[in-house]
Design a protein around this ligand. Structure first.
Ligand SMILES: Cc1cc2nc3c(=O)[nH]c(=O)nc-3n(C[C@H](O)[C@H](O)[C@H](O)COP(=O)(O)O)c2cc1C
Length: 284
């Protein structure tokens, strides 16, 4: 016996190597991989798949084939249970996908809602004018007599002459529509007309029943301006008159349809009435 060579007869018999069976699963595996990839993208862990594949798929093992050390009969069973599990996974993924799509739609509509609310809030903020914005305005005034034909001006303030460029003798005895131009809003003119008719024709006049409008007017020199006009009735003895208060609001975004703006205009007019400015300023 040559030294160093083990004596085969005394060595324990080597156990027979387990027979390797190759189960070709080309299509199934690529389907499995697809599942894994889409699921992993969603941040989910495919532990159920790993159980079947020995966790090797994600690392590139067993490309196109799965090597299983199993008996002949067991190979078919593993394949069908794998298919079953794939079906379940696909179904779960579909449901998850549908759920996510639904949630996405909900979130999108919520975002749209918020966007709308935000832009409305911005628009509202822009329209909020401070009382001081109105206090800063220069008001002028005129007194008209609705008892006379065509409701002429009978008194004007110096402020009205400054605003319009006309002298008192040019406007007294004339209806104030001479301030209007071809671009003056006919609806607003109609509103004024209706208001005057209501005041004149109502047996009991509501002295607090006023009108606030904004109308495009033009001065004697043809320069146009936005006139914020407040009209209210005034009782002198038993006769009713109409007092008009005007302000140039060309550079102020006043909206007479906005309740808040109307209230602020009323406050200023009330203040100047209380101070007697309108009455003392009026002249023939
Ligand atoms: C007191 C008073 C003040 C008025 N001030 C103005 C004014 O500053 N600017 C204007 O365009 N119209 C003003 N108007 C309206 C016109 O005089 C007229 O009433 C209006 O044009 C509607 O009538 P009409 O359709 O016959 O023109 C005022 C009316 C009254 C009674």
């Amino acid at each position: 016996m040559i030294s160093g060579q083990p004596d085969q007869s005394v060595l324990p018999e080597r156990p027979a190597r387990a027979k390797k069976h190759t189960i070709p699963l080309t299509n199934d595996m690529s389907e499995l991989k697809k599942n894994r990839t889409s699921r992993d993208r969603m941040g989910s862990v495919s532990t159920d798949l790993d159980e079947h594949t020995g966790g090797g798929l994600g690392r590139g093992d067993g490309e196109g084939q799965m090597m299983a050390t199993a008996g002949e009969g067991e190979g078919g069973g593993a394949s069908s249970s794998l298919k079953e599990s794939q079906k379940v996974n696909l179904e779960e993924l579909r449901e998850e996908n549908m759920g996510l799509r639904k949630r996405l739609k909900e979130l999108e509509s919520q975002v749209e809602d918020l966007r709308l609310k935000y832009s409305m809030a911005l628009a509202q903020k822009d329209r909020q004018l401070e009382q001081k914005d109105f206090d800063k305005l220069t008001f002028s005034s005129i007194l008209c007599d609705p008892n006379q034909q065509d409701c002429p001006i009978i008194l004007v303030s110096s402020g009205f002459c400054d605003l319009t460029g006309y002298s008192p003798w040019e406007v007294i005895g004339v209806n104030c529509r001479f301030l209007q131009c071809e671009d003056s809003d006919m609806n607003v003119i109609g509103q004024i007309k209706q208001y005057i008719n209501r005041i004149v024709n109502e047996p009991t006049v509501h002295l607090c029943d006023d009108l606030v409008v904004k109308i495009l007017n033009q001065r004697k020199d043809k320069r146009r301006f936005w006139n914020l006009l407040h009209i209210s009735p005034l009782m002198i003895g038993q006769r009713i008159y109409l007092i008009g208060v005007q302000a140039d609001v060309t550079h102020l975004d006043v909206d007479p349809n906005n309740q808040d703006h109307r209230d602020k205009v009323r406050q200023v007019v009330k203040k100047i009435f209380e101070m007697g400015e309108v009455h003392s300023e009026l002249c023939i």
